[in-house]
Design a protein around this ligand. Structure first.
Ligand code: SF4
Length: 63
């Protein structure tokens, strides 16, 4: 599974970084990026939840 962040939609709230720091981190611009190519299996559910909770609907999951 992969995840990507659309920076046009990210508002930098940090919710995804707080909930799954193994997958998301802040970029130099204060917005978020994905820091792994493939989501570790044990983090898939949390990553999906982070996508659901993202206030900008900025996270896309690719199964
Ligand atoms: S939860 Fe969404 S809006 Fe907030 S930092 Fe993550 S990608 Fe950006």
């Amino acid at each position: 599974m992969k995840a990507s962040v659309n920076k046009e939609r990210c508002i930098g709230c940090g919710a995804c970084v707080a909930s799954v720091p193994e997958v998301f981190d802040f970029d130099d611009d204060g917005l978020t990026k994905t820091i792994v190519d493939n989501i570790p299996e044990e983090k898939e559910e949390e990553t999906k939840n982070a996508a659901d909770m993202c206030p900008g609907s900025a996270i896309t999951i690719d199964e």
